[in-house]
Design a protein around this ligand. Sequence first.
Ligand code: IMP
Ligand code: MG
Length: 187
Amino acid sequence: MKRDPVCMKNDMLETLISKEELQATVARLGKEITRDYRGKTPLLVAVLKGAFIFMADLVRAVDIPCTLDFMAVSSYGTGTVSSGQVKIIKDLDTNIEGKDVIIVEDILDSGVTLSYLMKLLQARKPNSIRLCTLFDKPARHKVDITPDYKGLEVPNEFIVGYGLDFAEVYRNYPEIAVLKPSVYSEE
Ligand code: IMP
Ligand code: MG
């Protein structure tokens, strides 16, 4: 992998989604959740690590009381191709029985991770459970899954930034970008 050790921008082919568009999208999702959960105190569950920045911005766009929790799962190795396996690395701290749960995910790709998580959490008897994903790659779905809250559809390209990584790097890039092919190459 050839990475510029000094400047992340030099590793990017193009910007796909600007900071402003991200901000507007998160604000819209926050409004939708606020409208739908008025009078309730939903529990937002972010899927680490990819959703950490989205979660931080989303909860500040939600204008009703809510509680938070985090789960860590891994469905990928360190590369860009799904292994099809979902492993729980960190479970919830909270008992979700009777709660109104919203799963907060960075990107819905094959849908394998989220459909597994939904089943797992459904078995714990929440009052309701909904999905909020910032990005969706509909062309890549392998399972039948429809998010209740959806930020933006993205093309079938590997994207980084705003929490999303390639081999754990670029999560701190403040906008959504596509990497240069040279960054993936082995030599
Ligand atoms: P799924 O189980 O295939 O839907 O995988 C979803 C997970 O894969 C996301 O939570 C991301 O961590 C990761 N992922 C999928 N597509 C991308 C991408 O384009 N960039 C970075 N991570 C991705
Ligand atoms: Mg990832």
